[in-house]
Design a protein around this ligand. Structure first.
Ligand SMILES: C[S@@+](CC[C@H](N)C(=O)[O-])C[C@H]1O[C@@H](n2cnc3c(N)ncnc32)[C@H](O)[C@@H]1O
Length: 251
């Protein structure tokens, strides 16, 4: 708890006021990632391998952008930093410990941007969601990675709809936002890599499936090169009675 409080306090002055409400969930993610490190290792290695395989196909290596860079646990940031002139990390929040680690490693070509990548505000304004439109302004863009972000866009929008009552928002907000991310990535004239969880399963202590769900909210799963399980909440993390497994794909 003390480390979490310190990280939160150190991140506060480094974070734009509009993004501070998201700091709590980033700190919680950091905390959970530490507790579940052994269970998450294979997922993180698989994610990094997918990004490196896509990177190998880049003919030019000027600017790489990582969407949902978060804690940099499933992003091969050292390899990206060595390979590209500039690496831009985009997330709602960049925690102080992540910033400090980047400084300690001397990754001087890494830039951080705080940005909402959901497209929610576009829909709220009555327009079409274009959450990745800003990438068209990034000079010398050669590679874009979406790093275990997409399902979180759906989750975040769901929480926001519940909290704000969804007034004026389309009934199909969640699939629209997910589709907009996939279409935005697909429209980029550069190499891309999408790693995302697509579904969840809740499994009880006896191994019985007690619940399962679609994290893409009905949007068709893109054809993918690899898939694996991510034990997001091993037994004992959320409950002693069940564990939660996510299905992840790499495109
Ligand atoms: C499961 S984590 C990804 C972990 C990260 N790739 C890593 O290597 O640690 C999801 C990330 O997406 C970010 N995120 C969630 N919703 C977002 C949004 N609307 N815009 C930008 N980032 C978002 C979260 O802050 C979090 O860092």
């Amino acid at each position: 708890m003390i480390l979490e409080a310190l990280n939160y306090a150190a991140t506060w002055p480094l974070t734009a006021p509009g993004h501070r409400p998201f700091m709590r969930s980033s700190v919680n993610l950091w905390s959970r990632a530490g507790r579940c490190a052994a269970d998450w290792r294979e997922h993180e290695e698989n994610s990094k391998a997918a990004v490196l395989a896509a990177m190998a196909k880049c003919r030019q290596r000027r600017t790489a952008v990582v969407l949902g860079s978060g804690l940099l646990r499933d992003v091969p940031i050292i390899e990206l930093s060595r390979a590209f002139d500039t690496v831009v990390l985009v997330d709602l929040v960049h925690l102080a410990n992540v910033r400090a680690w980047l400084g300690m490693k001397g990754l001087k070509n890494v830039r951080l941007i705080e940005r909402d990548l959901s497209g929610y505000e576009d829909l709220r304004a009555g327009g079409a969601a274009d959450p990745l439109g800003f990438l068209r302004q990034v000079p010398y863009l050669d590679f874009v990675v979406s790093a275990n972000l997409l399902s979180q866009i759906g989750q975040g929008a769901k929480r926001r709809l519940e909290k704000e009552g969804g007034h004026g928002m389309p009934a199909d907000t969640l699939p629209r936002l997910i589709r907009a991310h996939l279409d935005g990535l697909g429209a980029l004239p550069v190499q891309t890599c999408l790693v995302t969880d697509i579904g969840y399963a809740v499994i009880d202590r006896t191994g019985r499936l007690s619940e399962e769900g679609d994290l893409l909210h009905g949007v068709a799963v893109p054809s993918h090169a690899a898939e694996w399980d991510w034990p997001v909440a091993p037994l004992g993390e959320e409950s002693r009675d069940y564990r939660i497994l996510h299905k992840v794909i790499a495109v």
